[in-house]
Design a protein. Sequence first.
Length: 375
Amino acid sequence: MTSKEHKKHAFVQKPMGGKFHRNEFAILGAPCSIIQQLSRRLSDELEKDHKLGYVDADHNASDYESSFKVNYTDKIDHNRLEFYSDDLTHDFKGIFNDQEAVLVNGNHFTAQKQIVIINAEKRESLSRKLDRLTDVIMILLDKGSSDVHDFMKEALPGYASLPTYKIDNTVAISNVLKTAIASQKPLLNGLVLAGGRSVRMGKDKGALDYYGKPQREYMADLLSSLCDQTFISKRSESSIKSEYGFIEDTFTGLGPYGGILSAFRKNPNAAWLTVACDVPMLDEQTLQCLINSRDVSKVATCFYNPETNFPEPLITIWEPRAYQRLLYFLGLGYSCPRKVLINSDIHRVQLDRVQVLTNVNTPEEYNYVKNQIIG
């Protein structure tokens, strides 16, 4: 008789990416000064459309001594945050969470994708780093180089098909990076937030009939035509049925905040278009407008409601980086999606027809909106 394998910890799906970011690119094969210069040029070229982070190591030991483990300095035109720690391995993704990609000095660190520079001075050094070449996206020829090293041809059988440019061709190199970043655009899933208790309505708001079917089904139908997959959020004790898949609240007692977090727990690598089930005037045209305006470099894309002067939190596209942001605010004691949006780097979309955001919470509001829809 064999006992079942004991698992000490519950399985939690991890966000994709390497040590630093979901989009990380190591540049190696040349002296550090050349890598640094190239990284600065790429940042300057891409800064209008993409936020880049950078990882490097300093060859010179610091002579600065501090009794503080973390130093923050406002440098007027920028901010500086210094950590004094032996290991920040599990902090890097948090540090770079707001960036769209991270360039890494590959002479010191590894990354999931690589850009290889062909430089005579670093030929021998590169020959000892072939195990780091796991996913090369581009080859750059430094001054005086016209072909890849012989050992590279053996290590990378498909090297001839890789984009290859002179190292000073910043525009072409930037375009390859743009394509690589765009290829990692997260899929968009839909989530109908229907796990509330409907206390003010006195009955399940998701079951109300405006269009000949339960409202949660109507909203899921709208999302299914626009998203890769569509789900309905619900409380674990709820017995509602649907042709759509359910995501049970695993962050209980937090209202829609818990529903959004539960969706990210199910799939932290997708973006989630969330819609409340109690906005019956919301239509496909409005949702398509939000999707067309989506900015994947932001924490979220949402409508700005001029009547409240706030972003609309429950009709929002939450990008994967929002998961960590939501957990961070929860750790601070906040469970308000709007507060997260107000205090994060988001893209606000202006909406002309504000009435589509009308929220229905009471029987009186239901009767009024129902008559508006019918009439």
